[in-house]
Every structure is written in structure tokens, then in C-alpha cells.
Design a protein around this ligand. Structure first.
Ligand SMILES: C[S@@+](CC[C@H](N)C(=O)[O-])C[C@H]1O[C@@H](n2cnc3c(N)ncnc32)[C@H](O)[C@@H]1O
Length: 319
């Protein structure tokens, strides 16, 4: 049976080249989605390479199971966040992995399913619930956040995760609106955004920034990424590589800074004659600048346009 999960893997050849995988490698795909990248990784590591595929979304895992069925026991799919990589390896008595891929954000499939609430339409009359949970079993949806967050928390959410001009004004409008009726659908929220008249004349539609901010908050995406990178660095074996594709500047900044910091040695002030901090580099940067999709990839898959790939290698002596 053909899967209805449609997602074209982004920067696929670049990931495969830069991960430099060898036959027999054990790879963790922390965001397996529909399994597009995972299938190509399993082909690269044939005949006996293995892949652990994680996703928070059971629908993604079901789709990946179909895509990866032909690899049989070479692929294991796990309902988990990549933040929990240490536990996952311990449970399987694995000391390390040879490569890790994170392809962050939401899949095309998630965006295209209206009931998941990741997408909004200014013109549609459809009642789309404000959900946005990547894991439908998680307890907290975007509607819950809008119902319970304080004025200050709402403002910080829009400011920090959406870099939204007028964050305070929107937070105030939400607190006022919810005193009268619950904010349940994307239409309810769009109406408040319009009434609050925020972000006029800016490059980005304010609603896009608001929806981005809510999605990041509901799924705790930035903290997960910070903790996840740390866990991945611990999990990588000697000369193991990690490749991360980010889709907005907040994520990409975290990846860039984390990799750079881990690639740096001593951080003592320059006037110190000898090192006191003892900090040693753990990583080598494989990409100095982010790799971006070619024009032809973007033409074939417009959702690739904001992708930025960074790759780093664990130094053998610290593994
Ligand atoms: C862009 S898609 C990945 C697509 C995949 N590379 C492919 O080729 O089909 C991102 C996926 O990551 C999942 N995801 C997001 N955050 C996650 C996390 N913290 N842990 C595990 N999966 C996560 C989403 O549910 C989604 O299925």
C-alpha cells in the first residue's frame, strides 16, 4: 500500500555526503518523519547498517514503517523525542552511534492535515482547531496555551519565538478576548491578530510569526533542541557526525552556537599565561557556513527554501 504521507526529503544528497556514512554504520534519525532521509541512509549503509528512527508523532512513525519495510530489521522505529537519545541507547545496550540526523520542524504531511492546526488560511471559512502538538498524546495544545498563559508569558512567547513587533499589544488583546469567549480555532486567533493591528508593513505576515511562536512554545522546540544537541554529542562515537537541518533563524542560531562552542578549546581570558578552564574541543566543524538548497531543489520543493544544514564531527580523542 502506498503511504499518504507526502514529504520530500530536503538537502538529501548534501546530508548523505556530509555524514560520510560507511557500510555497517549505526545511525540515529532523530526526526524520522515519513522516512525519506532514513531510507537513503539505509541504502548508503547497506548491507548491514542499522537505523534507529525517532519521532514524536505516531502518524509519522506509521508512514516511516511503510517506507522502511523493505529494510526489515535494519530499521527500528521508536515513539520518542530525540531529547531522550541517552535513555534510548541505554535501553538497547548501545554505547554510541556513528551518525545522527535531525531534520527539524514539521513535515509537509503535518502541515497539510488541517486538523493538526499547524497551518492557517486567511481566506478559509473552515474551523481549524488550534492544536499544533507534534505528539497528539501530549497534554498541552495551542488553545490550552492561549487559555492559560499569563499576559507576560504570552508576550514573551510572541517576542522570543516569533520576534513579533507588537507582542505586548497582541498578548493584551488575547487576554481581553478570552475573558468573553475561548480562543479555539485558527479563525478566532486571526480575528484577534487583525483587531490588534500588529506588525503592519513588515516583511513577514504577523500571523505567520504568531503561529510560529505558538508552535515553538507548544512543542518546547528550542529547549528540546539545546538539550538534544548536548545529548547527541555525548552519544556520538569517535569521528561520528551529526547533521542538523534548521528551518528558521532561532533554530539555526542554536545549532551554530552550540557547534562553535563545542569546537572551541580553552576559553580563559587572553591575559592568563596558562589555561585554567581545562576546556577541550569536542567537535570539528565539517561545515563552516550553513549549506543551503540549490535553486533547482527550491523550484521542485518550495518548502526547502529556508533550510540550513550544519554538520560537525566528534573528535576521536574525546569520544
Ligand atoms: C521535517 S520532518 C522530517 C522529515 C523526514 N526527514 C523525512 O524525510 O520524511 C520533522 C519531523 O520531526 C518530528 N519531530 C519534531 N520534533 C521532534 C522531537 N523533538 N523528537 C522527535 N521527533 C520530532 C516531527 O513530528 C516531524 O515528523
Amino acid at each position: 500500500m502506498r503511504s499518504s504521507f507526502q514529504h520530500q526529503p530536503v538537502l538529501l544528497n548534501e546530508c548523505l555526503e556530509l555524514l560520510a556514512l560507511k557500510p555497517g554504520a549505526l545511525v540515529l534519525d532523530g526526526t524520522v518523519g515519513g522516512g525519506g532521509h532514513a531510507a537513503a541512509i539505509l541504502e548508503r549503509t547497506a548491507p548491514d547498517g542499522k537505523l534507529l528512527g525517532l519521532d514524536r508523532d505516531p502518524a509519522a512513525l506509521a508512514a516511516a514503517a511503510q517506507t522502511l519495510a523493505r529494510f526489515d530489521s535494519r530499521a527500528e522505529l521508536i515513539h520518542a523525542s530525540y531529547r531522550d537519545i541517552a535513555r534510548i541507547l541505554t535501553e538497547r545496550k548501545l554505547s554510541h552511534v556513528d551518525g545522527v540526523l535531525l531534520d527539524l520542524g514539521v513535515s509537509s504531511h503535518q502541515i497539510d492535515m488541517p486538523q493538526r492546526g499547524f497551518r492557517f488560511s486567511e481566506t478559509s471559512k473552515q474551523e481549524i482547531p488550534l492544536d499544533m502538538r507534534m505528539d497528539p498524546q501530549a497534554s498541552f495544545s495551542a488553545a490550552d496555551l492561549l487559555a492559560h498563559a499569563s499576559l507576560q508569558e504570552l508576550q514573551e512567547c510572541f517576542q522570543n519565538y516569533g520576534e513579533l513587533p507588537g507582542s505586548r499589544r497582541l498578548a493584551t488583546a488575547i487576554v481581553e478576548a478570552r475573558r468573553h469567549t475561548p480562543i479555539r480555532t485558527t479563525r478566532d486567533l486571526l480575528e484577534i491578530i487583525h483587531t490588534a493591528r500588529i506588525g503592519g508593513g513588515r516583511k513577514h505576515n504577523p500571523a505567520t510569526l504568531v503561529f510560529q511562536a505558538l508552535r515553538i512554545a507548544v512543542n518546547d522546540e528550542l529547549r528540546t533542541l539545546e538539550q538534544g544537541i548536548e545529548a547527541i554529542l555525548d552519544a556520538l562515537g569517535p569521528e561520528g557526525r551529526v547533521a542538523i537541518i534548521a528551518y528558521h533563524s532561532l533554530e539555526d542560531r542554536i545549532v551554530k552556537n552550540h557547534f562553535r562552542n563545542a569546537a572551541k578549546g580553552c576559553v580563559c581570558p587572553p591575559q592568563f599565561p596558562v589555561c585554567h578552564c581545562g576546556k577541550k574541543p569536542r567537535l570539528r566543524l565539517v561545515t563552516r557556513k550553513a549549506v543551503t538548497p540549490t535553486e533547482s531543489e527550491i523550484a521542485g520543493n518550495p518548502r526547502a527554501r529556508s533550510a540550513r544544514l550544519r554538520v560537525a564531527e566528534k573528535l576521536a580523542e574525546v569520544a
